[in-house]
Design a protein around this ligand. Structure first.
Ligand SMILES: Nc1ncnc2c1ncn2[C@@H]1O[C@H](COP(=O)(O)OP(=O)(O)OP(=O)(O)O)[C@@H](O)[C@H]1O
Ligand SMILES: [Mg+2]
Length: 271
């Protein structure tokens, strides 16, 4: 990756002319976008547009073949295992909880390295760690309560309905107090009521005590339109439109991209 053409002091995450190739296939082509602090930025586009690829670039699962990323203006080369330390949380498409742990344990497992060190000490019965453990558990329980699922704290994830498990995954990402949260299709598999509640949760993220920017990759039109400050529309790996939702909704290029493609049944309507 090359550094951005001009140095930047932009706060938050930025992609600069990012390209990704898989063999001969161009999955992302010259994609630039910004996720400033306290903003919810949505990435939408028809099937195969490159949304998951973009998400994977930011998580460090896919290395760009061109362009660069910055975090607070500094060069950023994402690595999956370093995200939490950098204040970046994520939930993946699907759920991905640890099946052998309770809900509460799954959430504490998402805590930052430092908090977890205290928790690990507690697990092994080392002295001086009880307070850390209690604090972490209390924080996890408070988060579960905030998300309306604290009554499931002791349950095994497999015994819970899908929407509850998705919330547990969100709590696990939030306990590290991320300043940037990456969400890949959080509405996938949810019914209308759960999507409405998810929208309330996502809208509230920037107002949390520590503030939080959100990069939301999502098919569900109603959700992105109702929670995002900015939208970036991908089609065949290129940004075809970007701006506030009300402008994107009326953009004929966006309608054309969606109408010419396969919009999933749960997409919540075309723009
Ligand atoms: N690991 C890979 N190897 C080869 N091609 C890939 C790989 N990952 C994605 N692609 C291709 O890159 C393009 C973009 O795929 P991507 O999964 O990013 O799209 P998407 O917008 O997330 O689609 P969907 O809405 O169906 O989830 C597609 O043509 C896809 O087939
Ligand atoms: Mg995808």
């Amino acid at each position: 990756m090359s550094p951005p053409a001009t140095p930047t002091d932009d706060p938050g995450l930025a992609l600069h002319h990012v390209g990704v190739r898989f063999g001969g296939l161009v999955a992302l082509d010259d994609v630039s976008l910004r996720v400033p602090p306290g903003r919810v930025v949505g990435v939408i586009g028809p099937n195969g547009a490159g949304k998951t690829t973009l998400f994977n670039v930011v998580c460090g699962f896919v290395r760009p073949s061109g362009g660069s990323l910055t975090l607070d203006g500094r060069p950023f080369r994402p690595r999956p295992h370093r995200l939490t330390r950098l204040g970046i949380g994520r939930t993946l498409q699907g759920v991905g909880l640890f099946p052998g742990l309770t809900v509460l344990e799954n959430v504490t497992a998402g805590a930052s390295h430092a908090a977890r060190a205290g928790f690990a000490a507690a697990l092994f019965g080392l002295p001086g760690s009880d307070r850390d453990e209690r604090r972490l558990r209390a924080e996890a329980l408070a988060l579960l309560a905030e998300l309306g699922i604290d009554r499931h704290a002791a349950a095994a994830p497999a015994t819970l309905p899908y929407p509850v498990r998705k919330r547990v995954a969100l709590a696990r990402a939030l306990i590290a107090r991320p300043r940037l949260l990456l969400l890949d299709e959080p509405a996938g598999g949810l019914g209308a009521d759960d999507v409405a509640e998810l929208a309330d949760l996502v809208r509230a993220l920037p107002q949390r005590a520590d503030g939080c920017a959100v990069l939301l990759v999502e098919h569900h039109m109603d959700l992105v339109m109702s929670v995002c400050h900015e939208l970036v529309v991908l089609d065949f790996g290129r940004v075809i439109a970007a701006g506030p939702p009300e402008r994107i909704r009326d953009d004929p290029r966006v309608a054309e991209a969606y109408l010419g493609a396969d919009v999933p049944a749960d997409a919540g309507g075309t723009p």
